[in-house]
Structure formats: C-alpha cells, structure tokens
Design a protein around this ligand. Structure first.
Ligand code: MG
Length: 365
C-alpha cells in the first residue's frame, strides 16, 4: 500500500478544527486531528508546505519510521506546531492500518484494558451558588466525576467560567480577549467552593479543579493543603510546568493528587515530573503529543512510576477524537468526516485570552 495524497481540511462549525486526510492507492483513507487552538493555520501550513510532500509514496504501515523521519529528520524538534502536525500524520496512518486490518486501532496498541473510560463534566458558575447548581445538573446527567470552577467576588472574569449559559469556550474572534486575575482573591475563596460542594453532595462524587497554571509552586502547595479535606481526584495545572522542579515544592507539602500536561508535546516535557513521582496524572494529548506512536511510549514510561493518564479532552480538540466513553468496534478510529458540510463553515481567526493581574501585569492565562 502507498500514500497517494494528503489534504488539510480547516473548518469552523462554532470553533476551528484542522483535520488531515491521507489517501492510499487501495482506496483506504485515514483521518488525523491537527487542531492547535488559536494557531490553527500554522499547523495547516506546516503540513501542506513541509510534511505532505515527504509522505506521498510511502508505505502507511510504517508508522514508526515515518514518525522518526518527521521528528528526527526535521532537525528542529518538538514544539506544539511540529508535534501537532506529526500527530495528525501518525493518527491518520494508524486509522489506515486499522481499516486495512479490519480492526479498531486499540487492538493494534495492546487491546482493551477496561470496559469504559471515566470522563468528567465541567461545572461552573459566576459564584459558588451557581457552581453548586451546575454540579447538581451534571450529577443528574450521570457524571461520576465533575470539575468545578467558580467566579469569585472582585474578579470580573475567571478561568473556566462561561460568560453565557452553555459550554465554556475560551477562544474568541478578534484580538485576544483580556482577563483579569488575583491570586489573593482566588486562594481566599477556592477552598470554600469545595467545602460547599462536599457539604451539598457528599463524598461519592469525584471532584476535580483546574488552577490553569496561575500559581507559584508555594501558592499551589498552600491550595493543595487546604483542599485536602475535600479529597480531590486531582488538582490540575497548579503552576506552569516549564519548571518541572517546581512540582517538588508542591509535592512536599500536600497529598492532593496533581495532574498536568495539556500543553506538553513531548516526553521531555514530563521526564523529571514522572521519574521523580511529582505528579499523579499526565494530561498530554494525542493531538499535541505526536500521536499514538509517541504518547503510547510516554504513557508506558509513566506507568512504571505509578503516574496515570488523564488525557486532555477540551473542546479545542476535534470531535473526531473526543468523547470515546466506550470503545467502539469499527475498524480504525471508527469516525468519518463530512467534507461537504465542513466546507460550509470556513475558518475564523480566533485567539485564546491573555491574562493580567489587577495592577495590569501580564500573567499566565
Ligand atoms: Mg486544563
């Protein structure tokens, strides 16, 4: 079998998605997601200008060789644009393999190891009362795990809280929206939020919370310690992870489990976090972490250190990969793409917000 053609589909049915379609001389095609929120066209261009010319004519079964060719062969390694492009190719090739062998991709990666995958819903509210109402709504829908975010007095905007009812979508058209932040306000109110959730809903629910990289290690340590009585499943992205050593400080002060990695794109972003057991869950995604080929190796390495996976599945990832609560039986990825329908929703430039402290200092969003 040979790759004959590859095309990049960019569509915006409410938000932007970049999908790579790889076709073969045997009529089998594969799909791979290359969506990088707020920087979509960079991945599309990387694929069209630099990657696709190199893969036409190759054997789509050679996923390892093609991965190494695109990673080592480019000389310029890593980075979200490069790794999202490599992931799009890798996932599309695994899709082709599965279809050619008439089996779901998971059977090529070791087979099912559980019947269903626990997923969590996002509860949010402009204040604690509204957040509690949203937790009740998701619990009613059947979620056993719920991430809870809330607005707090004195902050006009907060990460994870919708401006309008409905799903939280941070990317907006126009120039990047500006949010505001106060660590003091947040640390004063966040423990109260989880106290109220436990008082209202008891101990059965799995609770999660996303700090979205906004704390220093010692601030995150304080929050983790104060959240201990409420037994979170995880505290996510407590501090920016470029400084992997920072997680040691958090770990030394709290038993609240830590999850991180939605912006990671290589095992080298998490190597120290894993081997020192400074984290409990790795959130690196298939789409930004080089596809199945690289993420499987990373997850296997993490498993040796009792670090589990909780892959990021936000709405900025393609619905082509999202939402597999139970594995299906269709060959390959088990999904298709309606290209005619996609063409009705052209690309719209959007940006994720930036974040400033109350005195105007730019900080992490
Ligand atoms: Mg997150």
């Amino acid at each position: 079998m040979k790759i004959t053609r590859a095309t990049v589909n960019i569509t915006s049915p409410g938000r932007n998605f970049v999908t790579l379609k790889i076709e073969t001389d045997e009529g089998i095609y594969g799909l791979g997601d290359g969506t990088l929120n707020g920087r979509e066209l960079a991945v599309a261009s990387y694929l069209t200008e630099h990657v696709i010319p190199c893969i036409v004519g190759r054997d789509p079964f050679q996923t390892e060789d093609i991965w190494q060719y695109l990673y080592r062969g480019a000389y310029w390694r890593r980075g979200p644009v490069t790794m999202a492009a490599i992931a799009a190719v890798d996932v599309a090739l695994w899709d082709i393999k599965g279809k050619a062998l008439q089996t779901p991709v998971y059977n090529l990666l070791g087979g099912k190891s559980r019947e269903g995958v626990l997923v969590y819903g996002h509860a949010n509210g402009k204040d604690i009362e509204q957040a509690l109402e949203d937790v009740a709504r998701l619990k009613e829908l059947g979620f056993k795990a719920i991430r809870v975010q809330s607005g707090f007095p004195g902050l006009a905007t907060t990460y994870g809280v919708s401006k309008k009812p409905g799903k939280y979508e941070p990317a907006e058209r126009g120039l990047p929206p500006e949010n505001e932040w106060s660590t003091e306000v947040y640390l004063r109110h966040a423990p109260e939020l989880f106290k109220r959730v436990r008082e209202t809903f008891g101990e059965e629910l799995h609770l999660l919370h996303d700090c979205h990289h906004r704390l220093t290690p010692i601030e995150a340590a304080r929050l983790g310690k104060e959240l201990e009585p409420y037994h979170l499943l995880w505290m996510e992205d407590p501090t920016p992870a470029e400084l992997q050593e920072g997680f040691r400080v958090i770990r030394e002060h709290t038993t609240t489990p830590i999850a991180v990695g939605e912006v990671f794109n290589s095992i080298w972003d998490a190597h120290d976090l894993i081997r020192n057991q400074w984290i409990d869950y790795l959130r690196m995604t298939i789409v930004h972490g080089g596809g199945f080929t690289h993420l499987k190796k990373t997850a296997d390495f993490a498993a040796l250190y009792q670090v589990r996976t909780g892959f990021h599945g936000a709405t900025d990832l393609s619905p082509v990969e999202d939402g597999h609560m139970y594995p299906g039986d269709a060959p390959g990825l088990g999904v298709g793409l309606d290209e005619k329908l996609a063409a009705k929703y052209p690309y719209q430039r959007t940006y994720l917000p930036i974040n400033r402290k109350l005195d105007g200092t730019l900080t992490d969003w």
